[in-house]
Design a protein around this ligand. Structure first.
Ligand code: GTP
Ligand code: SPV
Ligand code: MN
Length: 582
């Protein structure tokens, strides 16, 4: 078990409350995993897939009412309501704990309680942080084994350091009315009940590595962000690492492992992470970043040979598929994968296109990072990788140009805070509605956004060599509703311009909203779009932007006195510049 008395006592308390039949301390070994898999095959929680085409791959079907994150029942429980901010749902900590206690009471009868020690980040990195998740779901154990450094090594670090985040999870009855995801940043504690899905249940991911970690990062002087980390190697062998924040299901996994177009012979892309990035200033004044995760929990639909061949290549063995369809020869299938025909949909019913898609729109794959053909060895580097540029981006049909560069760090923080994006299937609720999603952290910031932007602004004093900040939009549409920018691998063309800017090798046009490349600065050889389309993608409509700026102001003003004055000062500068450019 463990020499850590706090951990031992907590497991005892939880066991007294929840009444499991058994307690299992996870080691992370292959034998342990095999036993779990066999158990799940017996209960039907796992369904075998074709062992010839997909060895060691399993399908899991969630309860149909439990297929996405649930933001309306996700709470930040700080003693003071304002510390959670208008960006979060809040509940008084004692009330939240009492509510959860009732739900947990006796909930593990007939089940096994699994204790999962895990480390977020390379096991020997000073930037990493540990946690322990208690769960009654073997599916969660199997996922955590891929997504984190889970088991004995993590427990050894916890015993050495003495500190860890406590996460308690039970699938309960999977009743949407009895489902809550509670965070207690001051106790470094998470309590989740009633869902077995992704971000609701794999507590190392969004609950720990973003909500709790963002709050810790504020106190300790670092950043915990919803960002991919990718290294771009040019033909001279120089690698520039870029961190990019896009909202859920808006292209992080795809950008993190893109394959450059044929034009880019000699360029290589190295994947460090696809969802979460922890950054802190290094001695050289640059920001250094680690990916706290060890696996991908990626969106399946749209993953195909034409969009993300690296992802397809890593999914042929040792992967878990959640809520996808199945072909007649028992291969996993989702919309956009290939031309084969599904016979069974994600609910296990005969596939009928009249009823809906074969794969649930938020269906996902879980796979170890190391299986990605573009996996970067630097993902294990204890000190992380130095960040050359930060990119924000959203899903905007109109208005927002393909790429822009901030005028300063402060203006970059405003660009991040002003982000908006169309909602996706990653969370329950309407899809395609534009909402403010600052830094892609709306669902994930564990404290008041006003304080969070203030924290970002302090980095001018913490680090002498901060990366430039950009904003991108791959999702502009034309009058007929077609995407104007081909996207995916061709996003390399925009990354090339950004990297050239970092090296002082590319030009820029300063506009009221930020620096924009000239059409001639973006390589569109063999891209299949013409100059007029590129011009439209780079156009700044001052009138429409004045309306947007007024909406951003209204949004920021919700944060009242807590909003750093610098944010409004930056916005005033943009507003004034728009008036003179009219
Ligand atoms: P989370 O895991 O939810 O945080 O999402 P993510 O940001 O990693 O999103 P992902 O890369 O999985 O992309 C989600 C969807 O966006 C998929 O259906 C992709 O096919 C689509 N997508 C990604 N990149 C592009 C792009 O450059 N252009 C277009 N049009 N679609 C894209
Ligand atoms: C997201 O929704 O941003 C995800 C999937 O990456 S989940 O783990 O469910 O949060
Ligand atoms: Mn995500």
């Amino acid at each position: 078990m463990t020499t850590n008395q706090i951990l031992k006592q907590w497991v005892d308390e939880v066991s007294e409350l929840t009444h499991p039949d058994n307690i299992h301390w996870c080691t992370g070994s292959a034998e342990e995993n095999q036993q779990l898999v066999e158990g799940m095959l017996q209960t039907g929680e796992f369904i075998s897939l074709n062992p010839e085409t997909h060895p060691d791959c399993y399908l899991h079907r969630s309860d149909p009412d439990d297929v996405a994150r649930v933001e309306h029942v996700t709470f930040i429980c700080t003693p003071n309501r304002d510390d959670a901010g208008p960006n979060n749902h809040w509940m008084e900590p004692a009330e939240a704990k009492a509510k959860m206690r009732d739900l947990y009471s006796g909930c593990m009868q007939g089940r096994t309680l699994y204790v999962i020690p895990y480390c977020m980040g390379p096991i020997d990195s000073p930037l990493s942080r540990c946690g322990v998740e208690i769960t009654d779901s073997p599916y969660v154990v199997a996922n955590m084994r891929m997504m984190t450094r889970m088991g004995s090594a993590a427990l050894a670090r916890i015993e050495r350091e003495g500190t860890f985040v406590k996460g308690l999870h039970s699938i309960g009855e999977l009743d949407p009315e009895r489902r809550f995801i509670m965070h207690f940043p001051e106790d470094l504690m998470i309590q989740s009940y009633g869902s077995g899905y992704g971000g609701n249940a794999l507590l190392g991911k969004k609950c720990h590595a973003l909500r709790i970690a963002s709050s810790q990062a504020r106190t300790e002087g670092w950043l915990a962000e919803h960002m991919l980390i990718v290294g771009i190697e040019n033909p001279q062998g120089e690698i520039h690492y870029v961190a990019a924040a896009f909202p859920s299901a808006c292209g992080k996994t795809n950008l993190a492992m893109l394959i450059p177009p044929a034009e880019y012979a000699g360029w290589k892309v190295w994947t460090v992470g696809d969802d979460i990035c922890w950054m802190q200033p290094g001695e050289d004044g640059r920001l250094w970043a680690i990916n706290p995760e060890a696996g991908f929990f990626g969106v399946a639909p749209g993953t195909g040979a034409g969009t993300n061949p690296n992802a397809l290549a890593m999914l042929n063995s040792n992967a878990i598929f959640t809520n996808v369809g199945v072909t007649a020869d028992n291969q996993p299938w989702w919309e956009g994968k290939d031309d084969s025909v599904p016979v069974t949909d994600w609910r296990g019913n005969p596939y009928d296109p009249e009823v809906g898609p074969a794969a649930q729109p938020n269906s996902r794959f879980t796979v170890p990072m190391k299986q990605c053909p573009s996996y970067s060895e630097q993902a294990e580097a204890p000190r992380g990788v130095p960040i050359s540029a930060i990119i924000f981006g959203g899903r905007r049909e109109r208005l927002v140009p393909l790429v822009m560069e901030s005028k300063s760090w402060q203006h970059g923080v405003l660009l991040g805070a002003s982000m908006a994006s169309e909602t996706t299937a990653a969370a329950t609720g309407a899809v395609g509605v534009v909402r403010r999603d600052p830094m892609a952290m709306k669902p994930f910031c564990g404290y008041n956004f006003a304080d969070y932007w203030g924290h970002w602004l302090t980095f001018t004093e913490r680090a002498s060599n901060l990366p430039p900040i950009y904003h991108v939009n791959w999702f502009r549409k034309d009058q007929d509703g077609n995407f104007m920018w081909p996207g995916f691998g061709d996003n390399m063309r925009v990354l090339e311009w950004i990297i050239k800017r970092c090296k002082g090798e590319a030009g820029i046009n300063e506009t009221a909203i930020g620096g924009i490349p000239s059409p001639s600065d973006i390589n569109i050889n063999n891209l299949g779009i013409d100059n007029a389309a590129l011009e439209a993608l780079l156009d700044v409509d001052a009138g429409a932007w004045s309306v947007e700026v007024a909406q951003i102001r209204e949004y920021l003003e919700q944060y009242g006195d807590r909003l750093p004055a610098q944010m409004i000062a930056e916005l005033d500068k943009v507003a004034a510049a728009l008036t003179t450019s009219d």
